[in-house]
Design a protein around this ligand. Sequence first.
Ligand code: NOJ
Length: 553
Amino acid sequence: MEAKKDWIKDLVIYQIYPRSFQDSNGDGIGDIPGIISRLDHLSDLGINAVWLSPVYRSPNDDNGYDISDYQQIMEEFGSMQDWDQLCLQCHQRGIRVIMDLVVNHSSDEHPWFEMSKSSRSNEKSDYYIWRNPKDGKEPNNWASVFGGSAWEYVPQRGQYYYHLFSKKQPDLNWASPQLREEIFSMMEWWVKKGVDGFRVDAISYLDKPLDFPDSPAPPMPDGYSPSGCLVNGRPGTHGYIREMNRRIFSPFNILTVGEVAAADTEELTRYVATGREEFDMAIPFVPPVVEINEWSPGKLREEIARSYDALKQDGWWARFFSNHDKPRQVSLYGNDQEYWEISAKMLAMLLHFLPGTPFVYQGEEIGMTNISFSSIEDYNDPDAKNTYRQMLLTGASPEEALKQAQMVSRDNARTPMQWDSTPNAGFTTGTPWLGVNPNYRHINVQSQKQDPFSIYHCYKSLIALRKTSPALSRGDLEILEVPEDTLFVLKRSCPEETLFSFHNFSEHPVKIPASLIPDTAQPLLSSYDRQGGYRGDILRPYESVIFRLPAGE
Ligand code: NOJ
């Protein structure tokens, strides 16, 4: 068997949100044949793994993160034969296939739930979390992430079931050994079909405090209190993850990425330090509103330093600025107006310079930006709709509520992929399920492929560089001390090679402190290549440069 850690370190993972990637049959919804038709794009970019957001059968309350059959494909996305073709064609191109695995909860339309809710004494009665009413009401004050109570009453049982997310996403009861067996055998079935890894959804919530105490958190405007602090990262959850690792991850040598809500680096490390035998990498989940309000370059630099120190001996990093739950990275961390192209390249150059496995979220490679729909009706994301409702409850005007929803909505990342400048950006010949960003006329794959200085070509160069650079794929990281919080000066080195980089994380020019890097360092790539490249001394807004030291220095 090939050495596991080695292939993980050489991956660049491309995340596909299938609903928005490519429609093949004109129904306005992306599908698996559509993905197959775009594999040339992925090969051309140079990535060697795809992570598919869920493609399982689902009534789509949360776009597939509510699964009603783990061993069938969502009808709108195609058939199992289509999936088999996709897997085969990816493998033929040297692309690994990573499936999203959603096992904190299922859909309420899963046959397990349908049986479980039918009585208190059926064979799956303990597959979900059931509690008696308290004083004729919900068992406690917990809020669901998407608004309202986390409990839903079912008359057949005379009980409430618990759902951290929407009421159509009941939480599975991991304390049931029989349920765990069913999940492990389902995972084994996929691995035997050829899956190379799993990105495991919302996995830090598996174990619940069985006495379900009231949450001390202040209530939301609708009266219920967030319960994250009580259900997140409990020791029992780590036990279940280790069991998953023993039963499936390790014996089948697959790649695993856990999506975890972790308050700090220490907590994150508990999921990924090698000796813990849990995941290979973790994707920390931070609610968009928190990220938008609290993010700063200085904070980012500190986090990079802390997580590097924590894991450099015995762990590995998932590197990403974007996914389907976050605002578009160029809109959030860069400047999607005057410095759109330059700041998009700067972010790419920073991310791909860091140690760890880079993730590219669909559309990031062409600098896709946030969207602002003019009505809440145009949004699909349940989280955005909840934000809107909660704002109205606090007395905000509809305009203010819409503004907030526009800012935090996960739909910012979910508008259809912009392939070309034909109607609907070449995504569909029908009516797209979610509005296409009107800027597709100038931000699209086709035009950027033809332009050697485009964001797309910057990504291609970075991915190619990682493949040939031992310092980038395996080298040590040093973060050089500089006075400005907005300037990152990084060094990657290994016995064979030394690279340096500058990243100006601001709209202002910044002077490079003298003798930070040797004069002999050769610029390899710059976010200002279109303008002639690196000029030295003063970095322009969002300027980013990667240098290599001549061999032997
Ligand atoms: C995290 C997923 O990334 C998100 O899209 C989803 O809504 C929740 N987990 C619930 O599955």
